[in-house]
Design a protein around this ligand. Structure first.
Ligand code: ADP
Length: 169
């Protein structure tokens, strides 16, 4: 399993699937969700409307339309409410369920954004710890996936991931 770190816009990546940090309506929003819908074009929203939303911690897959990737896996991260509302468990589920869907679709390459660390205000260190642990723990059991990229967008997350992934890159 190849683990990569990329700093920049997730919508530019030509991989099998990018993960979207969506909200439970799946009808678009700001941040990475807004950027993905903007780049994919209006057909993505039309397909998302047929999905009837998504629970926090779950994931659903769509085509990617005008994006250079093949699929978008939409997952809904938890809103940070202080840490006593199952945030860690739910964030872990986002990564687990996204990996599961990618394997079901036989995908080889997948990119994760830093789910919940924007508007949903999950502390970045803790979120990175969960993201990396969850992915690495499962990496030996994955069959179709050959390459997983963590896409960071801000300097803080870049530093955090660089330090934590140091010996895996
Ligand atoms: P959430 O509601 O899950 O917190 P946000 O979109 O607000 O979702 O933020 C999630 C992460 O995505 C943040 O770390 C933010 O910096 C990052 N982000 C925003 N735009 C992009 C983009 N175009 N590509 C990759 N990451 C992005």
């Amino acid at each position: 399993m190849k683990i990569r770190l990329f700093k920049g816009d997730i919508t530019q990546l030509k991989v099998d699937a990018i993960v979207n940090a969506a909200n439970s309506t799946l009808l678009g929003g700001g941040g990475v969700d807004g950027a993905i819908h903007q780049a994919a074009g209006p057909d993505l929203l039309e397909e998302c409307k047929t999905l009837k939303g998504c629970f926090t911690g779950d994931a659903k897959i769509t085509k990617a339309y005008n994006l250079p990737c093949k699929y978008v896996i939409h997952t809904v991260g938890p809103i940070w409410r202080g840490g006593q509302c199952q945030e860690a468990k739910l964030l872990k589920s986002c990564y687990k369920n996204s990996l599961k869907l990618a394997e079901e679709y036989d995908l080889e390459s997948l990119v994760f954004p830093n789910i919940s660390t924007g508007v949903y205000a999950y502390p970045k260190e803790e979120a990175a710890e969960i993201a990396i642990k969850t992915v690495l723990k499962r990496s030996s059991k994955l069959t179709s996936l050959k390459e997983i990229t963590f896409c960071v967008f801000d300097d803080t997350n870049y530093k955090i991931y660089q330090e934590r992934l140091n010996d895996r890159l």
